[in-house]
Design a protein around this ligand. Structure first.
Ligand SMILES: *[C@@H]1O[C@H](CO)[C@@H](O)[C@H](O)[C@H]1NC(C)=O
Ligand SMILES: *[C@@H]1O[C@H](CO)[C@@H](O)[C@H](O)[C@H]1NC(C)=O
Ligand SMILES: *[C@@H]1O[C@H](CO)[C@@H](O)[C@H](O)[C@H]1NC(C)=O
Ligand SMILES: *[C@@H]1O[C@H](CO)[C@@H](O)[C@H](O)[C@H]1NC(C)=O
Ligand SMILES: *[C@@H]1O[C@H](CO)[C@@H](O)[C@H](O)[C@H]1NC(C)=O
Ligand SMILES: *[C@@H]1O[C@H](CO)[C@@H](O)[C@H](O)[C@H]1NC(C)=O
Ligand SMILES: *[C@@H]1O[C@H](CO)[C@@H](O)[C@H](O)[C@H]1NC(C)=O
Length: 485
């Protein structure tokens, strides 16, 4: 029967243990978090930029919120020495790269580095194709902890999963052979279906073309809008937040502890979206288990971007030990009430540790929408209306209701100190997200706003281009206990 086999499959996923998953190294058991300079600075990199950013990541509590890696993107090198080793640009990095790595480590951060599985990087600097071993050794000798590995100028070595796999595997082996734990972040833009194979060799893989700072603008440089991404032969760039969400929906469940679909770096704080749009962007990246890599200027971050990026109840979705992405349960197009009122609405849900669920109402229409999610739809994977879950009662926690007020954020940013903000900031250095979730920490749960009865409906007015996000917890846990497989 269709329902019981569906329920069995979802129980299998829920019961999956990290130890049973093939892992390429010991890293990214939950999606990696950090900062990368590309979205805000492009090629304009320097030791000063990394130092200033890293200091502030620590001072304003972003490190303790979980943002561990400071990643230097393209344009840092200056060719190769005659012995074949990559040479840093000493104008940008006067003391070389080992000094930068040391400085990051002194601050308690991991240091990320960039290269390309091609002849050149995307910025036309030296690539690592054919130089994998020597480059991996160089990075390990500098103390690098993370590699973002791009896909430009790959000499046509793509087109089938096997060709792409073979090209990216060489670096995976070279990194492993250094003996240093280096997080391997593959950036091949979803070419050749990396969700089918990259978990064997990498910790994350870019799933689409490059993001840009727009909610839903269509752009010819990011094609395949109407093919929903699965067979997009030309990933492109300038992909909007909604474009990326609607492309990854088909394979997002292929993430697993140690290997994640990467929806690209965050644009929160770069100025191209409204506050509601940035909240939606951050919520979806978190709940779809994308790496959370900030892409804004941390030295000039404003209060609203800060309170989005530090929202503990949302980060807890990303760092949840179950490691399961939520799934889209429905998508409807709504008719315009005026020339610009239409668009799409979606409902997503998925399981979290401790028998909790996440449910997100997403409104991409150009007007506020009264949205309704039935428990039968939220729990369609468990058997829909026939399931114990849909028949049970649930407590609802609003994951944005406890957002840090601007006044508190401005105090922290003005003083470069997180004093007196424990009411809003979670310290994952003191207690990991996993431990905090197991201890039912209020900061990670969100605000209790009520409950929904068996076979009932969760309703909310969702702002234009916004989300409502909920943690759902069974009122009587024992009622829906599944048989363990
Ligand atoms: C190549 O030369 C550079 C500059 O002297 C040096 O830093 C690097 O360690 C050398 N690489 C190898 C593999 O010896
Ligand atoms: C090398 O790979 C093995 C599994 O193939 C893994 O257990 C080990 O942690 C890896 N080592 C490093 C340094 O990545
Ligand atoms: C949600 O339910 C309310 C109340 O029944 C209704 O007015 C509204 O149109 C529904 N929303 C949608 C998107 O169907
Ligand atoms: C806080 O840090 C920023 C960025 O590093 C700096 O510009 C500012 O002067 C600092 N403020 C204080 C009060 O130290
Ligand atoms: C934190 O609170 C204490 C006691 O109320 C106060 O003395 C101190 O100035 C506050 N610190 C900041 C950075 O606001
Ligand atoms: C977070 O906890 C660690 C370890 O207990 C502590 O060293 C650090 O100062 C705390 N950070 C903040 C921002 O309070
Ligand atoms: C956390 O909440 C769950 C579900 O209500 C409960 O089973 C568990 O005992 C709680 N854990 C702690 C440490 O209070």
């Amino acid at each position: 029967m269709a329902f019981s086999s569906l329920a069995a499959v979802s129980a299998l996923f829920a019961a999956r243990h990290v130890s049973a998953v093939l892992m390429v190294n010991e890293l990214a058991v939950t999606p990696q978090m950090g900062w990368d300079n590309w979205n805000a600075f492009g090629c304009d990199v320097s030791a000063d930029l990394l130092q200033g950013t890293a200091e502030r990541i620590v001072e304003i509590g972003l490190k303790d919120a979980g943002y561990h890696y400071a990643v230097l993107d393209d344009c840092w090198s200056d060719g190769r020495y005659s012995n074949g080793s990559l040479k840093p640009n000493f104008e940008k990095f006067p003391n070389g790269m080992a000094a930068v790595a040391d400085a990051m480590h002194d601050l308690g951060l991991g240091f990320g580095m960039y290269s390309d599985a091609g002849r050149y990087t995307c910025g036309q600097y030296e690539g690592s194709l054919g130089h994998e071993e020597i480059d991996a050794k160089t990075w390990a000798s500098w103390g690098v902890d993370y590699l973002k590995y791009d896909n430009c100028y790959n000499d046509g070595q793509s087109g089938t999963a096997e060709i792409s796999y073979n090209r990216y595997e060489v670096m995976s082996k070279a990194l492993n052979a250094t003996g240093r734990q280096i997080l391997y972040s593959m950036c091949n833009w979803g070419q050749d279906h990396p969700w089918d194979w990259a978990y064997l060799i990498a910790n994350s893989w870019r799933a689409t073309g490059d993001i840009y700072d727009s909610f839903d603008r269509s752009d010819v440089r990011c094609p395949c809008e109407n093919k929903d991404g699965i067979d997009c032969a030309f990933p492109g760039f300038h992909c909007s937040v909604m474009n990326i969400i609607n492309k990854v929906v088909w394979f997002i469940h292929r993430s697993q502890p140690g290997g994640w679909n990467d929806m690209d770096g965050l644009e929160v704080g770069n100025g191209g979206m409204t506050d509601d749009e940035y909240k939606l962007h951050f919520t979806m990246w978190a709940a779809l288990k994308s790496p959370l890599i900030m892409g804004n200027d941390i030295r000039t971050i404003d209060a609203k971007s800060y309170s989005i990026l530090t929202n503990p109840a949302i980060i807890a979705l990303n760092q949840d030990p179950a490691g399961a992405s939520m799934q889209r349960r429905w998508r409807y197009y709504v008719s315009p009430t005026d020339a610009y009122g239409g668009g799409e609405i979606q409902m997503w849900s998925g399981n979290l540790a401790q028998g909790d669920y996440v449910m997100v109402l997403l409104n991409a229409a150009n007007q506020d929408m009264h949205m309704n999610a039935t428990l039968a739809d939220i729990f369609v994977d468990n058997g829909g209306a026939q399931s114990a879950e849909a028949k049970g009662s649930w407590d609802l926690y609003d994951l944005w209701a406890n957002r840090m007020p601007d006044s508190v954020a401005n105090r922290i940013l003005g003083a470069n100190s997180t004093a007196n903000a424990t009411e809003y900031l979670y310290n994952a250095t003191a207690k990991s997200y996993k431990e905090g979730i197991m201890a039912n920490e209020t900061l990670l749960m969100g605000k209790h706003i009520g409950s929904v009865k068996g076979l009932g409906t969760v309703s909310a007015v969702v702002p234009k281009h916004g989300v409502m996000a909920y943690r759902m917890r069974p009122k009587t846990a024992s009622t829906y206990k599944r048989d363990e497989l």
